[in-house]
Write a protein that binds this ligand. Sequence first.
Ligand code: BDR
Ligand code: CA
Length: 319
Amino acid sequence: MKDETAMPRKIIIDTDPGQDDALAILLALASPELQVLGIVAAAGNVPLALTGKNIRKVCELAGRPDIKVFAGCEGPMQGSLFTAEYVHGASGMDGADLPEPTMPIETKHGVDFIIETLMREEAGSVTICTLGPMTNLGTALQKAPEIASRISQVVLMGGGLFEGGNVTPAAEFNIFVDPMAAEIVFASGAPIVMMPLDVTHQVLTTKARVAAIKALATPVSEAVVGWLEFFERFDEAKYGTEGGPLHDPNVIAYLIRPELYSGRLCNVEIETQSALTKGMTVADWWGVTDRQKNATFMRDVDADGFYALLTERLARLQA
Ligand code: BDR
Ligand code: CA
């Protein structure tokens, strides 16, 4: 058993809810191993105004209206925003009917919050969790490159190698939406842990796993099951699997139970130019180049262990 009373790890969550982002936020807020310093809204699955609202809905569902929520950038560093209502629904979190949030959104820009927090807290003590396009972190690194050496780790959901892409044959959504931001993050020198599609496609929302969450019979579990049942329909049809992949909560689960995951440190570069492969994470898994190893690329996960953790933590949210 882990000591849950040890000093919690300080994290900033940067996210574009998204049903799977919502589950990641709930998992973080239910976990005493983590201290959420703030949550920054990214533009991604749906536009920024909706993701900022969705984050606050999730915090209120978790009984945490005290969490500081910030709005980040409205679109990618270059080009226009590509969204995914075709997966997540018009609200970004279709499937559960939650009240309009009453907690405020902070007036400080999310990029400034990231920079100021990293400069204020002890160097190496803050982990950045990105669950959407990395526009806010990329912009922060461009504005204040000195933050890179102060980041404990960037743990991100994005990319794919053996599994290919989910928006194009080559690219995963979060990297595809803002490849320039991803390129800046991967070149920053900050320690990076990637949860690519190779991992998240193993974490399927099977009937038995969803039933275990439903059996919690709480307002939180009711919302979660509604989200999962809406969200999985798209990928079930696409991949022909029982249940759909659950992406973003892997970032948070890794921080709590790293032993659930395995991968290797390798070089990962981002394709930003090619019309055919824009947003591809070119991962040198086999070490065929001498390019610098800049990211731990996760490839396998104990999916049953993941769902046991998720279900146990959701049970703690009785709000
Ligand atoms: C990623 O894209 C979004 O649709 C999900 O929230 C996840 O972050 C998966 O490719
Ligand atoms: Ca997301």
